[in-house]
Design a protein around this ligand. Structure first.
Ligand SMILES: [Cu+2]
Length: 148
């Protein structure tokens, strides 16, 4: 009885190994950073995350020209809008948009020399997928949607 189970198991393993599974990955597109509206104030970052092969979970965003980057979400409750900090944004095989009025990244301690038209590298760290570094378009305050 036991012998029959053992003889059957290699077939099951072979079947499970067929096909090449896609590696989990998250891509970052449409990355825009807006410079602070007032000197010393925070800048904002907007982008689209797309998961494949099971995706991953966004843990952190960092840039060599910002001291700290936080992930926020703008929520409206009873006619008031407020920002709350968010962590661990899961991106499975779908798309998550960070855009004005919703989820966004907030850049604190931005290099005062950063100006509109510059390119700025942001590194996105994920759990379950490789980190990616993407170059952002730097735009003026409130110009996240300008000139597509
Ligand atoms: Cu914010």
């Amino acid at each position: 009885m036991f012998g029959r189970f053992l003889a059957a198991s290699p077939l099951v393993i072979l079947a499970a190994c067929q096909g090449t599974p896609q590696q989990p990955a998250v891509t970052v597109t449409d990355l825009v950073v807006t410079v602070p509206a007032v000197p010393g104030g925070p800048g904002a970052g907007y982008f689209t995350l797309r998961g494949a092969g099971g995706g991953g979970t966004l843990l952190a965003v960092a840039s060599p020209r910002a001291e700290r980057i936080e992930l926020h979400e703008t929520r409206s409750e009873g006619g008031m809008t407020r920002m709350v900090a968010i962590e661990r944004v899961a991106v499975v095989d779908d798309e998550v948009r960070f855009e004005p009025g919703g989820k966004h990244a907030m850049l604190f301690g931005v290099d005062p020399a950063l100006k509109v038209g510059d390119r700025l590298n942001l590194t996105f760290t994920f759990e379950g997928a490789p980190a990616v570094t993407v170059e952002a378009d730097v735009r003026g305050p409130g110009q996240a949607h300008a000139n597509h």
